[in-house]
Design a protein around this ligand. Structure first.
Ligand SMILES: NC(=O)c1ccc[n+]([C@@H]2O[C@H](COP(=O)([O-])OP(=O)(O)OC[C@H]3O[C@@H](n4cnc5c(N)ncnc54)[C@H](OP(=O)(O)O)[C@@H]3O)[C@@H](O)[C@H]2O)c1
Length: 216
C-alpha cells in the first residue's frame, strides 16, 4: 500500500471485482477491497470487510485509520453480475425483487454512502455488462437492471455534487463480452481478459477528461 489515496473496489469478492482489485494493485495502485465475504486472497490489497452498504463508510474509515492510509480517491463499483433463468413472465417474482435490490438499488446505496468520502474531481466508476444494451432472453432482469444502471450513472453525473469542473466524475465502464475464465458464461463468442478491464479502468481513473461511458 502506497501513501497515495487508494482506489476503493466495492464487490471485491466477486469474479470481476476480485480480479480488478488485484490487477489495479499489480499496476502499483493502492487498493482497498471492500467485500461482505472473507477475502480469499488479499494479495497486495487492503481488505475492507462490511455487512451492509450503510456500514461501508465506517468500515472504510476504520481500515484506512488502521493501515495509516488516506481515504480513497476513487471508487470502482463492481456490484451485480449475470445469471440466466426463466423468461420474465415465468420467473419467480422474488427473484425480480432481489435482483433489483442487488443490481440497481445497491449501486445507488453505495454511491450515497461513498461519494461523501471523495473530493471534487475524483472518479467513481460503475461496471456494467452487455445485457444493459442488448435484450437477453432468460436474463431479462439483468437487462432491465443494467439499462436502469446506465441511466442511474447518467443522472448521478448530471447531479454530481459541485456539478461542473470540480464534480465527482461518474463513469460507466461497459464490459461488452464475458470476462475470460468466468465459466458461468456458456460458450461466449468473444471474451475480455481481466487485464483488458483493468487497463480500461486505469485510463478512466487517470484521465479527468475520460468519456462518461467507456466500452471494453
Ligand atoms: N463476469 C463476467 O463475465 C462479466 C462480463 C461483463 C460484465 N460484467 C460486469 O461486472 C460486474 C461484476 O460482475 P461479476 O461477474 O463479478 O459478478 P459476481 O461475481 O456475482 O460479483 C458481484 C458482486 O456484487 C456484490 N453485490 C451483490 N449484491 C450486493 C449488495 N446488495 N450490496 C453490495 N454488494 C453487492 C457482491 O460483492 P461482495 O460479495 O464482494 O460483497 C458480489 O460479489 C457487473 O457489473 C457485471 O455486469 C461481468
Amino acid at each position: 500500500m502506497t501513501s497515495s489515496r487508494p482506489v476503493l473496489v466495492v464487490g471485491a469478492g466477486g469474479y470481476v471485482g476480485s480480479r480488478v482489485a488485484r490487477g489495479l494493485a499489480a499496476d502499483g495502485r493502492a487498493v482497498l477491497a471492500a467485500t461482505r465475504r472473507p477475502l480469499p486472497d488479499a494479495d497486495g490489497v487492503l481488505p475492507v470487510r462490511y455487512d451492509t452498504v450503510a456500514d461501508l463508510p465506517g468500515a472504510v474509515r476504520a481500515a484506512c485509520d488502521l493501515a495509516g492510509t488516506p481515504l480513497p480517491g476513487a471508487v470502482v463499483a463492481s456490484i451485480g453480475g449475470w445469471h440466466k433463468g426463466a423468461a420474465l413472465l415465468d420467473d419467480d417474482p422474488d427473484r425480480w425483487a432481489a435482483t433489483l435490490a442487488s443490481h440497481l438499488t445497491a449501486h445507488l446505496d453505495a454511491a450515497r454512502a461513498l461519494v461523501p468520502l471523495l473530493r471534487p474531481g475524483d472518479p467513481y466508476v460503475v461496471l456494467n455488462g452487455s445485457a444493459s444494451r442488448e435484450a437477453m432472453a432468460g436474463s431479462g432482469v439483468i437487462s432491465v437492471t443494467g439499462a436502469g444502471l446506465a441511466m442511474l450513472v447518467q443522472v448521478l453525473r448530471l447531479e454530481a455534487p459541485h456539478a461542473g469542473s470540480g464534480a465527482i466524475r461518474f463513469h460507466e465502464l461497459v464490459i461488452d463480452h464475458a470476462v475470460a475464465g468466468d465459466d458461468r458464461n456458456e460458450d461466449p463468442a468473444e471474451t475480455r481478459t481481466p487485464a483488458q478491464v483493468v487497463h480500461a479502468l486505469g485510463e478512466i481513473l487517470d484521465q479527468p477528461g475520460a468519456p462518461a461511458v467507456v466500452h471494453v
